[in-house]
Design a protein. Structure first.
Ligand code: ADP
Ligand code: MG
Length: 228
């Protein structure tokens, strides 16, 4: 029993530390990327190839940070009542530019009276990884719909896209570490998402059809909206 407590304190320390390292590392990665790109514009073809390879590797490092630690804050885990529409407004604000850049849109319909229990940063990370997958699946114009409602004692969140969809083989491997079908994928996004949803006592399932799109349905225990 005692060991358990020590272990979870250690885990919190490590995840807090990982978050601050990610924050600190992100800036130098970006700065280095900028200089390499600058150099690649001023040099001959052979050297340019090396420089662009270096840029691609830096991008890979930042994608890993993004999938794990977009919203991680260097502080101890705090669990509180989350106002769903507020959380999702923030997430969509971050992702809208990414969707718009390729002519896609995110359409949101979340009622104002839904509350769940969890850590705000982690919850945002879980959803951002999913909505990002939907935007990537559009690969151009298309829609991602996000809506929510309560039913009996749970809150349901749907994320639906009309992107490329998945074959059953892909569907059955979601969440396996390093499973990715993208050239620049990490294969870590859904693993992180599933873990966070599990800790929040949530459920998640996917429906998908190749060539038509994907719908994820997440549910969490409902809590009553008395702030904190
Ligand atoms: P990554 O995005 O880095 O590839 P993820 O764990 O986020 O890793 O996703 C794993 C794989 O699941 C993706 O490469 C993709 O093939 C598939 N996938 C996930 N979400 C969707 C979606 N909404 N539409 C189509 N395929 C998806
Ligand atoms: Mg992903």
């Amino acid at each position: 029993y005692n060991n358990e407590i020590q272990r979870s304190e250690k885990m919190e320390m490590i995840s807090g530390l990982a978050a601050s390292v990610a924050h600190e590392v992100r800036n130098p990665l970006q700065v280095t990327r900028g200089f390499l790109q600058l150099l690649s514009n001023r040099t001959d073809d052979k050297e340019r190839d090396y420089l662009l390879l270096a840029v691609a590797e830096l991008d890979r490092a930042s994608h890993i940070i993004t999938d794990f630690l977009t919203f991680a804050k260097p502080q101890l885990e705090d669990i509180k009542v989350l106002h769903l529409s507020e959380e999702i407004k923030h997430i969509v604000g971050v992702l809208k530019p990414l969707a718009n850049l390729q002519g896609g849109e995110i359409i949101v319909d979340i009622p104002n009276n839904l509350y769940i229990l969890g850590n705000s940063s982690k919850f945002k990370q879980a959803l951002i990884n999913m909505i990002k997958n939907s935007i990537e699946a559009l690969d151009g114009p298309g829609q991602v719909h996000v809506w929510a409602y309560m039913s009996v004692d749970r809150v349901f969140i749907h994320i639906k896209d009309n992107g490329e969809g998945m074959e059953p083989e892909v569907l059955s491997r979601l969440g396996q570490p390093y499973f990715s079908n993208k050239t620049k994928g990490t294969g870590l996004g859904l693993m992180v998402t599933f873990r966070i949803i599990e800790v929040m006592e949530g459920n998640i399932k996917f429906k998908s059809k190749k060539g038509e799109g994907t719908e994820a349905i997440i549910s969490f225990p409902l809590v009553y909206g008395n702030k904190n």
